[in-house]
Design a protein around this ligand. Structure first.
Ligand code: PMV
Length: 359
């Protein structure tokens, strides 16, 4: 499927070489994307908080080359050559070549680093792919003469999606929707859009502390996970439920209803894991400590009336979400009762952020 809208007109300018650097954050989904059609088209719409501290910074240097038949690039993570990253980037280049016709005309050096440890179990694909897409768009902007800021971000999100689906939600803050939803104006299966409606004060500066329960490599890659939704016995109901949850989130965000927010967000996390437990083959991605933490959060909420809640990615780590006003108490609770369940006591304090930045 070729999206003509994103195919550029012949470039009026030429550049021999240069370098661009972007920092792009990770994001955490409230309504989850799980299941996709061909060409990275999501089966259901999703919405996420953009994070602030968990980021990837990528410097992309480029220079014109003679042979223009192959892609040519090298990748470094924290200054170290990473040839094992190349296949994923090559696949990405192939997918986006029609939209960035300059890709084979340059040799690229991709130098990347994350603010979070590489083997922390925090996926770097969202922040990494969005940072790379933004660097590539900076080159396109130099080659063209008329790229507006809106078109720049939209195409960068479109490209990031082709690298890793959820990456298209990592460019802007603070809430981003990806996937067509009838009640969300401008929403699209092709790129993420900034959440366009009113958001209550309760959600300003919302906090996310990521408890690192299992820092190993992902047990199931998201590619495998999404594929498990093909022919899954509960798939259609799940996709409907995600649509309904997104409708509900609109009024929750407007009214600042934290109890309903907790119900939707925790149910989404458990549903994501339920999908993996009920697929064939089946997987349990939580660890015993994931459950310990969930039970502690529920007990603390019951005891104190706190509005703290949890969400999960496709792994064992727990994202602890809470309103800014509760920061002092919840951080104390985490320190006193939850850190003991983290590998080497490690966790990352983060909060809602405002998107990618060029440096
Ligand atoms: O972007 P992917 O293909 O790695 O999929 C990410 C899926 C989840 O993180 C589990 C959910 C989401 O919406 O981010």
């Amino acid at each position: 499927m070729i999206e003509n809208k994103f195919i550029p007109k012949p470039y009026p300018n030429t550049i021999e070489n240069g370098s661009f650097t972007w920092s792009s954050p990770s994001n955490i989904a409230l309504v989850k994307y799980w299941g996709k059609k061909e060409h990275q088209i999501p089966e259901n719409p999703s919405i996420s908080f953009t994070l602030d501290n968990c980021k990837t910074t990528t410097a992309l240097s480029f220079s014109k080359k003679e042979n223009q038949e192959e892609f040519s690039f090298e990748v470094f993570l924290d200054g170290e050559k990473k040839d094992d990253f190349k296949p994923k980037i090559k696949t990405f280049f192939k997918r986006v070549e029609a939209y960035l016709p300059f890709l084979k005309t340059y040799h690229f050096k991709i130098e990347t680093s994350n603010t979070f440890p590489h083997s922390s179990g925090i996926a770097s694909s969202a922040s990494g792919m969005s940072a790379l897409a933004l660097c590539l768009m900076s080159i396109e902007k130099e080659l063209s003469s008329d790229v507006s800021e809106v078109d720049f971000i939209q195409k960068a999100s479109f490209l990031a999606r082709l690298g890793s689906g959820s990456a298209c939600r990592s460019l802007e803050g603070d809430l981003v929707v990806w996937g067509k939803h009838t009640e969300i104006k401008g929403s699209s299966d092709l790129f993420g859009v900034k959440y366009p409606y009113e958001v209550h004060e309760n959600f300003k500066n919302y906090r996310d502390t990521i408890l690192l329960v299992d820092k190993g490599e992902k047990q199931v890659s998201s590619t495998v996970g999404h594929n498990l939704m093909h022919g899954h016995p509960f798939a259609q109901e799940r996709f409907k439920q995600a649509n309904n949850n997104l409708s509900e989130i609109i009024s929750i965000l407007k009214k600042g209803d934290l109890d309903k927010f907790i119900a939707v967000v925790e149910s989404e996390a458990l549903t994501l894991h339920a999908m993996m437990m009920t697929s064939m083959p089946y997987f349990i991605l939580m660890k015993p400590n994931t459950l310990e933490i969930i039970n502690k959060i529920w007990a603390y909420r019951k005891q104190t009336g706190s509005k703290v809640c949890f969400t999960l990615d496709a792994g064992a780590n727990v994202h602890v979400l809470f309103p800014d006003a509760e920061t002092k108490n919840v951080l104390e609770f985490i320190q006193n009762e939850l850190v003991v369940f983290c590998q080497k006591g490690q966790y990352i304090n983060d909060k809602i952020g405002f998107g990618a930045k060029q440096s």
